[in-house]
Design a protein. Sequence first.
Length: 521
Amino acid sequence: MTFTKTIVIVFFVFNFILIDVFFFNNRKESNLYVSLDNTSNMDTIFTGEQLANIYCKICHQFPKPELLDKNTWVNLVLPDMALRLGIKKPGVDPYKGIPEEEIHIIRPLGVYPEKAVLSNEQWNKIVEYYKEEAPLMPIDQKLELTTINKLPLFRPKHVFVDDKPFPMTTLLKFDKSTSKLFVGDANNEVYMIDKQLKLKKTWKVTSAPVDIDFPLENSPRILTIGKFNPSDQKLGSLQSLGNKNADKYNIYNLPRPVNFESGDLNGDNIEDVVICGFGNNSGKLFWLDGFDPNKEHLLKNAPGARKAEIFDFNKDKNPDIIVLMAQGREQICIFYNRGNNNFEEKVILNFPPVYGVSYFELADFNNDGYQDILLTNGDNWDFGTIKKNYHGIRIYLNDGHDNFEKSFFYPLYGASKAMARDFDNDGDLDIAATSFYSNYEKLEQSFIYLSNDGNMKFDAYSIPEAASGKWFTMDVADFDNDGDIDIFLGSYFHTIGELSKLVSQGVFSFPQLLVLINENK
């Protein structure tokens, strides 16, 4: 390599650092484009793969070509990425179809830069790289476990709520203190169901309910999303579902929130709340001291906060926060509580942007006293709704120092949620999991039960009754107070087309809920 070429590469790497800093943190910075003006002579130095490794990493982890098929890359994903890098195409308006009220929010964010971040020649090299290296068809999943389409441990029961022919269940959670099941519907309603699975009460709320908790001395607190479709409008709210302390918990103007967790984060014996503002192009993860909107503490200024849990990882008696981030930079982070309202972030897991991470929970799978991670990835509400062989259920074991290594993977197209409990009471953790973006050729596998035979060796089961829905929500609890854990699934159809696909497969009945009653003896 010549001295001149070495200097050019060093200069380019320096400019890339500037790109990363300015572009990700503030796309409006003019410095970004100053640093790019001198990179046009890079066209002949770098290959398409090298350019992809540079420019794709500006916003997220580098996605390998084999993650998507050739058509999805060339005709769906890359055209959108071009717009997000300022590469303009004649007659293509990046804001086409976006409501005016959303455009007013998106423009200042610099989602679609006015000036290109790289040259057309560089971009064409990237396109050619993916075009040449991506598989012609999506890569199939390789199932190592045979799935038995029978679930002997559970008795299934379909439940129809409020005579709704078109299930749109957005929330499902069991209240142990009252033995009532709370069901949220996208038509801005919350239902309370008793132990006989009968509707007892209905509440009307401001928008689709997505999360709820049950304080011991107060009325339930309900989180509403604002707009269910991708949006950057701040229309979400956290409200009391009753009269007790209603004013204290009425918090508005939340950025499309999807999850909240409460706990005393700063040791003042007053309950605080962590809110996952998923948003779309913008969003944030933050906590409110004492549930007070005027005492906000920002943890992460980025869209995609999906789910948070409060847990003291380093056992210093200060509760930490772990969060799953979706949208672009898919990752799991721990925010260590350093005291005095200060938190320090550690990214513990990173994923490519097409993985579609959807849910996680903490559980100790190997009984070593450390919390492991159960993760699902299968969100397919994006540019390519193809089957993805990397969708599924994963277990990451904790080495005792919050370093996590994958120890188990079960392939499941469209995996949306998984919960670990000892369902058969044999002393180890089994897994109940749902697939929202179902494999229409095997509708019964929209629910999967993984029975742990010991040492994390699992047997896989599905159930024919699961073919009747698209299971978006799930909760588990001892519903009938008989000493074992039951499972509740909630069905959601976003469009008539989704329902029609099930009809074409011979399904004609669409319950809101599928309750799996545990009959372990």
